[in-house]
Design a protein around this ligand. Sequence first.
Ligand SMILES: NC(=O)c1ccc[n+]([C@@H]2O[C@H](COP(=O)([O-])OP(=O)(O)OC[C@H]3O[C@@H](n4cnc5c(N)ncnc54)[C@H](OP(=O)(O)O)[C@@H]3O)[C@@H](O)[C@H]2O)c1
Length: 242
Amino acid sequence: MFSLKGKTALVTGSTQGIGKEIARCFAEHGAKVYVHGSSSIEKCQRAADEIGAAAVAVANLLQDGCADKLYRQTGGVDILVLNASVQYRVPWHEITSAEFDEQMKANVKSNFELIQKYVPHMQTQKWGKIVTVGSVQQYRPHKDMAIYAATKAAQMSLVTNLAKQLAPDGITVNNIAPGVIATPRNEEVLSDVEYREKVLNAIPLGVEGDSADCAGAALLLCSDAGRYITGIDLIVDGGMHL
Ligand SMILES: NC(=O)c1ccc[n+]([C@@H]2O[C@H](COP(=O)([O-])OP(=O)(O)OC[C@H]3O[C@@H](n4cnc5c(N)ncnc54)[C@H](OP(=O)(O)O)[C@@H]3O)[C@@H](O)[C@H]2O)c1
């Protein structure tokens, strides 16, 4: 039921953190997985070697043409996980135009262009899984990440819109919304004892999550176990959104 044998998957941003665990989990369940990163093929290869992924691909989501560039390296895939994102931690009144544009570009525009690029192959074979990675900030936006939170909400809107349109083609489209997950991205802020305590106090289960918690959710949505699930937001946050 959870097997991905015979499937090819691309997980964006899988050199580390949540994406890497999703890629590891998919490889363990039999998929041919592409590890993707922003620029360093060596970093991608190190992650791929560690987790037993089959191949690597590089494209910076901040650059025009990144969807074409990525597709040239992977060809059509059965499973597309849009996990990479750009995030700035800045009070809302200090967010610069460049910071606004970068977050919109990587998290919304490039992800949308990737969906446009990868869907036709899925439509041809009448089978496909698309998972975007959002955030608990769709529900509880952090005061210093107003635009980041807005990009995740916009992405969720695309998920509900496209889930309905692509269902007749046998393609499911879902979102995973992680809460606080221990990854290289937030290592530094969570090393501040006072801040960490404040964050943990906001999580009903009382602990931060692990990247593997998100991998389990992704496996559900991309395997036959989740074949009847589309258009949902699967929140993986220890209850933080409540
Ligand atoms: N960690 C959390 O607590 C948390 C909470 C809510 C939501 N999320 C979401 O979960 C996802 C993964 O987060 P994470 O904490 O695992 O992140 P992370 O540790 O910062 O890893 C980010 C990954 O994305 C890639 N990436 C970054 N910028 C890119 C760009 N411009 N173009 C292409 N790839 C790029 C990185 O590749 P390189 O290494 O090659 O640069 C890396 O593989 C993100 O969408 C994030 O918004 C995370």
